[in-house]
Every structure is written in structure tokens, then in C-alpha cells.
Design a protein. Structure first.
Length: 352
């Protein structure tokens, strides 16, 4: 129906590409003018709270980018609003309906690897320190690796395992102190291009306070009640020798999913036979996938298809909600506080 933006030229360009005739630069009046069924919020996290509140008051269904907000209390308020107005909510997690996830949730599970005991999620992105300064570098704007990366991986682990986080500890790392200022970024699909060294040398540099790496350890209660341990390790700046991967370790074997957010293959290790083999995706899963080579776009098609079906009261696949976003914010706040760290003494008799 309409697209709202802050800067006229890029907003009109995007609207033209998407075939959207109406463009507004005051989203508050636009909501009142159009009274849309669905509001899609694709702003940095700091702006989510006010938009969610206004859209909820108008009775709109809401699809919101993660993180749910730039602080935990906002997440709680969002959950309360959605319960009050009884509308569908979706938190971005476009990898949530990727082929591997849908297959993992049904087929491999306990039948292939037995009771899950450990989960390992390790990712290193090799991001350039010369990436132009943006909301990503600002904690107050919803930036940092915990908000932008960890939320995806947590959702993947919990949806695949069916588990619930019962306890966490960990730490966040900043890794860089400053970032160079480049041209304004209006579209992340084309704007995340590092400055070259010559540009960076003459650019203005601004301070970075967002975390660029983290280690999170979680106790995850499985559907049968037993506890499994999960390790989430990530670095925006680091580059590992081994592929990024998500691995589930069970009593009878392991499931290994290489890649970032959209793994398209699954490898199964059979402990009894001591060998690895590829797990093929069932035809009924691949047949319904969106016909696109871009896994991100495919994930969006699947996710919004489920969301719109839910809005219409039709059967749909599960998708992340504001409750999931609130839970992620709770975990992130605890990790950033580093409350769980305990000093280790160098020798007996020393005080901590």
C-alpha cells in the first residue's frame, strides 16, 4: 500500500523498484491514513518500540525486524501489547523456514543421533574493520553481533531441537574501537561495502561501542526433559581455518550443518559405523520451496507465506514471534552484563 522512509531519493527509488505508488516521510500519519492490515518494520532496533506501539494501537498485524528492541523492557512491552490486541506478530528470522531446518525438525532428530547432549554453533564472518560506520556499530541503535547474529543462531538451535533455554552465561567483545564514516547506508543489500585504505585514511572515524564477538554458553532443556549444553561462538572480525557450522551431538551420532544462516546440506555421523554420509532433503520439502537461487529471498518467501497464512487463519508453519524476540533480549542482556564470570585464583589461600 505504501512505503515510509526518512530520505526522499532512496525511499522513492526503492518504492519504484517494488511497484509501490505511495511514499510517505511521516510514518505516524501514514499509519493513520492507510490503516494497513500488516505493518512491516525494517528500521534499526532503536525505532521499533514506538512503531510497534502505534501499529498495535491501530490493530495492525506486525512483522518486525530483529532485534525486538534496543533494550529488554521494550521487549516485554511488545509482548504485552500483542497479547492485548490479539494480533499476529512476526520477528524476522528468514532462515527459520530454510530447507535444512524444516528437514531437521522432522527427520534427523532422535532417530539419527539419539538423545541430544551437546550443541555447537561456531561462526566467524571475516568482516572488514573498514566497513562504513552505521547503526551496526552503535549499541544504542541495536547494533552489534549479539543483536544481528546471535538472535538467528539461537532461533535455529531452539526450533530444531524443540528445546528451551533454562540458564546462560557468557561474554561479549567489542574487538574494534573505531570505524570510518562513509556515504549514508540506505539499503543493506548494497551498502555494506568496506572503504578502501585510501578512503579510510582521509575519512572521519567514530567510536564503536557495539560488540563484534561473543561466547554464550546455555543449558537447553529438551522436549523429553533432559538438559543439553549449547555453545555459541562468533566473531565479526575473525576468520577461522574450519568452515562455519552448526552441529548437534547425540548419543548415537552427530548432525553437521556447514555455512552461515542458510545451510543447504546436512551431514550425519553414525557412531556405530564410524562414518559420515549426506542426509538428502525429502522431495516434499524441496517441492514447495520458493523458486529463487538466493537463499535469503527464498527464506523471506517462506517466512512471509507462513505469516500471511496465519493472519488469514489458515494452517501455517511455525515462525518466530515477539515472545522469541523478548527471550533473546533477556539472554543478550545477561551475557552483556558478564555477571557469571568468577575470578580464578593463582594459588591457594588468595582472596578473590
Amino acid at each position: 500500500m505504501a512505503l515510509c522512509g526518512r530520505t526522499p531519493e532512496p525511499a522513492r527509488v526503492v518504492a519504484h523498484k517494488l511497484g509501490i505508488a505511495e511514499v510517505r516521510f511521516d510514518w505516524r500519519s501514514a499509519l493513520g491514513e492507510f490503516r494497513p492490515d500488516i505493518v512491516s518494520i525494517a528500521t534499526p532496533a532503536v525505532a521499533h518500540a514506538e512503531i510497534v506501539a502505534r501499529a498495535a494501537a491501530l490493530g495492525c498485524h506486525i512483522a518486525c525486524e530483529k532485534a525486538i528492541g534496543a533494550e529488554r523492557n521494550g521487549g516485554r512491552a511488545h509482548v504485552a501489547r500483542r497479547r492485548a490486541c490479539r494480533r499476529q506478530t512476526r520477528l524476522r528470522g528468514d532462515e527459520s523456514l530454510c530447507p535444512c531446518r524444516r528437514t531437521r525438525a522432522r527427520a534427523p532428530g532422535r532417530r539419527l543421533i539419539g538423545q541430544v547432549q551437546e550443541i555447537e554453533c561456531a561462526h566467524h564472518f571475516n568482516t572488514s574493520p573498514l566497513l562504513p560506520y552505521s547503526w551496526f556499530h552503535q549499541l544504542g541503535q541495536g547494533g552489534g553481533a549479539l543483536y544481528t547474529d546471535f538472535t538467528h543462531f539461537l532461533d535455529l538451535v531452539l526450533s530444531v531441537s524443540g528445546g528451551k533455554v533454562r540458564a546462560v552465561c557468557g561474554a561479549a567483545r567489542r574487538l574494534i574501537e573505531q570505524a570510518p564514516v562513509g556515504a549514508p547506508i540506505h539499503d543493506l543489500r548494497s551498502g555494506l561495502i568496506p572503504l578502501d585504505p585510501v578512503q579510510a585514511e582521509t575519512a572521519e572515524w567514530r567510536g564503536v561501542d557495539a560488540d563484534m564477538g561473543y561466547t554464550v554458553m546455555a543449558q537447553v532443556q529438551m522436549p523429553d526433559g533432559h538438559m543439553a549444553s549449547a555453545l555459541f561462538q562468533a566473531s565479526e572480525m575473525g576468520k577461522g581455518a574450519h568452515p562455519n557450522a552448526l552441529t548437534f551431538y547425540g548419543r548415537q551420532g552427530s548432525l553437521h550443518l556447514p555455512g552461515f544462516f542458510f545451510p543447504e546440506t546436512i551431514s550425519h555421523f553414525d557412531r556405530a559405523r564410524q562414518n559420515w554420509e549426506k542426509v538428502h532433503l525429502p522431495e516434499d520439502i524441496t517441492r514447495v520451496l520458493a523458486q529463487t537461487e538466493d537463499p535469503v529471498q527464498s527464506g523471506w518467501h517462506q517466512l512471509f507465506g507462513a505469516f500471511v497464512a496465519d493472519v488469514r487463519g489458515e494452517a501455517c508453519a511455525p515462525y518466530p514471534t515477539f515472545y522469541d524476540g523478548w527471550m533473546a533480549n533477556e539472554i543478550i542482556d545477561h551475557v552483556r552484563s558478564s555477571r557469571a564470570w568468577m575470578p580464578v585464583l593463582e594459588r591457594p589461600g588468595e582472596s578473590g
